[in-house]
Write a protein that binds this ligand. Sequence first.
Ligand SMILES: C[S@@+](CC[C@H](N)C(=O)[O-])C[C@H]1O[C@@H](n2cnc3c(N)ncnc32)[C@H](O)[C@@H]1O
Length: 257
Amino acid sequence: MEIHILSIFPEMFASVLDESILGRAQSRRLLQVYTHNLRDFTQDRHRVTDDMPYGGGPGMVMKPEPIVAGIRAVQERFGPSYVVLLSPQGNVLNQERVKHFARMERLLLICGRYSGVDARVTHYIDAELSIGDYVLTGGEIPAMVLVDTVARMIPEVIGDAQSAEEDSLFRGLLQGPVYTRPVEFETLCVPDVLRSGNHAAVAKWRRQHALLTTWQRRPELLQAASLSVEDRAMVNEFERGEFPEVRAGSGTKGDGG
Ligand SMILES: C[S@@+](CC[C@H](N)C(=O)[O-])C[C@H]1O[C@@H](n2cnc3c(N)ncnc32)[C@H](O)[C@@H]1O
């Protein structure tokens, strides 16, 4: 998969994209990320990419010409791409949308700054994407979020080290608790079943606890998740307070809000 990023701060990306799993994915040519300096597509001596807003008000607006010139130049050189503008006004990213973006052969991400991007740019893009209902200073961090999460969907990128399918939300549920050594930490013990070596029992425990965590923290996700008859029976047990952890009132901690 190829991802191009158009930004006035292309140097921001190296530390995130060249390390760890993303770095290895690039060395193995599973993922190719190209950053492009938006200023390279300006026509003036000062390489200006922003200007004052029509109608007045604070803040500058990113000019359309360098962005559209950048889109055209990248597409002419590398081929057609699916163009995404990072913007708080876009559809909010979720795992389903990540899967959609991961199916694209070539993505071109546009990072805004200042008070945003001239509205006419929306005629040259395929999607407008927000990473959540809050405002960041620029589109670079949202672009990094998208690259990271899309890369996890490419077969072989995370390999045996982890499994994207076990991740929270991959199948519409949150992941349940995970443990490592030591077996006992300050009186807190790893559940016996996880050390039993019984793969079927471990898989059942994980499914139950994914359901439980989702039911406790994000119950609305259960409405959309595809649940088996056994899953539904388990959720009914939670609701009746019959499941041991629910009966004991051992809630998992939520968002701290
Ligand atoms: C300071 S923001 C502009 C906010 C703008 N005044 C508004 O209210 O929509 C500058 C740039 O950061 C990026 N950005 C900020 N928050 C974002 C979010 N939640 N998701 C995606 N991009 C975001 C966009 O590229 C945006 O053009």
